[in-house]
Design a protein around this ligand. Sequence first.
Ligand SMILES: Nc1nc2c(ncn2[C@@H]2O[C@H](COP(=O)(O)OP(=O)(O)OP(=O)(O)O)[C@@H](O)[C@H]2O)c(=O)[nH]1
Ligand SMILES: [Mg+2]
Length: 200
Amino acid sequence: MITVVESSFLASASALSQTPPPKNSEVVFIGRSNVGKSTLINLIVDSKGLAKSSSTPGKTQLINYFETIWKRGEERIPLWLVDLPGFGYAKVSKEMRKDWGEKLIHFLQERRSIKLFVQLIDARHPDLAIDAEAWAMIGAIKRGDQKAIRVFTKMDKLNRNDQKKLQQRYPDACFTAMLGKEGIDSVRERVLKDVLGEEA
Ligand SMILES: Nc1nc2c(ncn2[C@@H]2O[C@H](COP(=O)(O)OP(=O)(O)OP(=O)(O)O)[C@@H](O)[C@H]2O)c(=O)[nH]1
Ligand SMILES: [Mg+2]
């Protein structure tokens, strides 16, 4: 079993130039505003208030770093989890969205300590163009020592049949539902395997 035994806030940054000097492997959480990035981070570390989650889209405005220690058997593995502002938030101006999009790509491309990109997708809307573009962007910038996974959130909003269909369509993805904390163990397992470069 994998547990996260320590987690704390490390730093906030509004651009790559302000990010803390790389020290540990990093896992970044990417996705549309309100998809559940902050919620997923809190579930992974099993601490409700670590990453600020909110029903108001656009809550996370900065790149937020969290320091964590994962435990698997006798191993203790330090990891930095990175909560990113969501993209595609309709209420900010086009200018700002473009500016943030460019900053985000710059950050993702240049931050070498990123070992894993986790893209979150709302299970109710698996076919949005903006998500497909983000996934393609990740694929284009990803280096050989980096991995990417998709996590479909809000599975509790689908009926059993639609859940099954989505799981069959994306056999490599993870699936979570906030209520009941379903899927979190498998997300932790997958994250650790990918970060450590172990085969699935
Ligand atoms: N039903 C359900 N609601 C969820 C789930 N995950 C997140 N939510 C809700 O979705 C809303 C947004 O969650 P956040 O975690 O703040 O989303 P975010 O992606 O961090 O949003 P930004 O910071 O604005 O980019 C909150 O009201 C959460 O309670 C889930 O699995 N199921
Ligand atoms: Mg957030």
